[in-house]
Write a protein that binds this ligand. Structure first.
Ligand code: SF4
Length: 350
C-alpha cells in the first residue's frame, strides 16, 4: 500500500479488495468561485439570540454573554459578543488528514476550543473539555484564514466548529471579500441541527463529518449523547444536499463535497457495519468514506476502550465497506494508533 504522510490514510480504489493499492486520483479540474451567503446576516442573528443559545442539539439555553454553555463556550471575561468570538487553540498547517484534504502543502487547520459532545475517548481532550486558546473575533479569524492560505494551505479546515456557526459565517464573508480563494472545510462531529447548518449554505465548500454511531445505547455510553444518530443522520443529509459527492482537482485535492469519517472502535465492528449500512442506503456509493483505525486509549477507560483496535476488527469493518460497494474508501494503517498524530495545541502558523 502506498502510505501517505497524511495520517497513514490511503485511498483504496474501486473494486480493490483489501490489498495494497496506490491512491488513484479522480475528478475534473474545478475552479473555485467565492460564494457569499445572500440572505443570512450573522451579526443580526447574534443580536437576535439574546439570552438563550439553541444553536446545537443540546439546546442548553445558556446565556453565553454571562455563562458557558454545555459546550464550554461563552462567558468571556472581557464582554466580547459570545456568538462572534471564540477561543482558538491552534492555527497551523496540518498534514494528518485524508490525502485530498492535506495534499502536499497541508490543510490550514483552525482548532476551536469547546465541544458539544463528551466522548470518553476524545483525542483532542486538551481543547474539547477545557478552555484553552486565544480569544478571536470575526475580523481576526478572517486574518488567520488569509495567513494560512498565504503559507500555502490547500484549504481552511475548521475543527470542532459547531458552537461557532455565527462567528464562522461572519469570518468567511470577511475573508472572501479580502481575497481568500481556497475551499472552506467544516470538520465536525456531526452532532448538529440541520437548521443551523442551513445558515452555512453557500459558505462551506467541503463537509468533513464524523458518523460515529447508529445505536442510541452506545452513543450514550461512549459520548453521553443518546440522540446522536437522530441528529447526525439528518445533518449529513443536509451536508450532502449542500455540497454533494466530493470532487477533486487534477492534483487530487478536494474542491467541494462531503467526506464521511468513521473511527472504528475496539469491540464495535457491528456498530461500524451499521454506520456503513446507513451510508450505503442513504447516499451514493461514490461517497468518500474514511475508515479510521487510529483509536488510541487515553487515561482510565473501561474495557474495551482501554485497548487499541485489533487488526482483525479493522479488516472486518473494511471488508464490509467493500462488500457494500463503496467506490472511494480511505484506509488507515494500524500504526496510526499513536498520539504522534494528535497535534500539540499551542501553535500558530507553523
Ligand atoms: S452551542 Fe453550546 S451553548 Fe449553544 S446550545 Fe449548544 S451546547 Fe448550548
Amino acid at each position: 500500500m502506498n502510505e501517505t504522510k497524511a495520517n497513514n490514510l490511503t485511498r483504496i480504489a474501486p473494486n480493490e479488495r483489501m490489498r495494497d493499492t496506490e491512491g488513484s486520483r479522480s475528478g475534473e479540474a474545478l475552479i473555485h468561485i467565492p460564494r457569499l451567503a445572500k440572505r443570512f446576516e450573522p451579526e443580526k442573528e447574534a443580536d437576535a439570540i439574546e439570552h438563550t443559545c439553541t444553536l446545537c442539539p443540546l439546546e442548553c439555553g445558556a446565556d453565553r454573554a454571562k455563562e458557558t454553555g454545555a459546550c464550554g463556550v461563552g462567558g468571556f471575561a472581557d464582554g466580547r459578543d459570545p456568538y462572534l468570538t471564540a477561543l482558538i487553540a491552534r492555527a497551523a498547517r496540518h498534514y494528518y488528514e485524508e490525502p485530498p484534504i492535506s495534499g502536499t502543502r497541508g490543510s490550514g487547520a483552525i482548532f476551536f476550543s469547546g465541544c458539544n459532545m463528551a466522548c470518553r475517548f476524545c483525542q483532542n481532550h486538551d481543547i474539547s473539555q477545557s478552555r484553552k486558546g486565544v480569544l478571536t473575533d470575526a475580523g481576526e479569524l478572517a486574518a488567520i484564514m488569509l495567513r494560512l492560505e498565504a503559507l500555502g494551505a490547500h484549504n481552511i479546515n475548521l475543527v470542532t466548529p459547531s458552537p461557532h456557526t455565527l462567528l464562522i459565517a461572519a469570518a468567511i464573508e470577511k475573508a472572501r471579500l479580502m481575497g481568500l480563494s481556497v475551499p472552506i472545510v467544516y470538520n465536525t462531529n456531526a452532532y448538529e441541527k440541520p437548521e443551523t447548518l442551513r445558515m452555512l449554505d453557500g459558505l462551506i465548500d467541503i463537509y468533513l463529518p464524523d458518523m460515529k454511531y447508529v445505536g442510541a445505547r452506545v452513543a450514550e455510553k461512549y459520548s453521553g449523547r443518546a440522540d446522536y444518530f437522530e441528529y447526525a443522520s439528518r445533518a449529513v443529509l443536509e451536508m450532502q444536499r449542500q455540497c454533494g459527492v466530493l470532487k477533486t482537482d487534477e492534483d487530487g485535492i478536494a474542491r467541494r463535497g462531503v467526506l464521511i469519517r468513521h473511527l472504528v472502535l475496539p469491540g464495535s465492528v457491528d456498530e461500524a457495519r451499521s454506520v456503513l449500512n446507513w451510508i450505503a442506503e442513504k447516499l451514493p456509493l461514490e461517497t468518500h468514506i474514511s475508515l479510521m483505525s487510529q483509536y488510541t486509549p487515553f487515561g482510565e477507560l473501561p474495557p474495551p476502550l482501554d485497548r487499541r483496535l485489533l487488526r482483525r476488527e479493522y479488516e472486518r469493518a473494511l471488508e464490509h465497506a467493500l462488500t457494500l460497494g463503496f467506490e472511494n474508501v480511505y484506509t488507515q494503517s494500524l500504526s496510526s494508533a499513536s498520539s504522534e498524530f494528535t497535534p500539540e495545541f499551542d501553535g500558530f502558523f507553523e
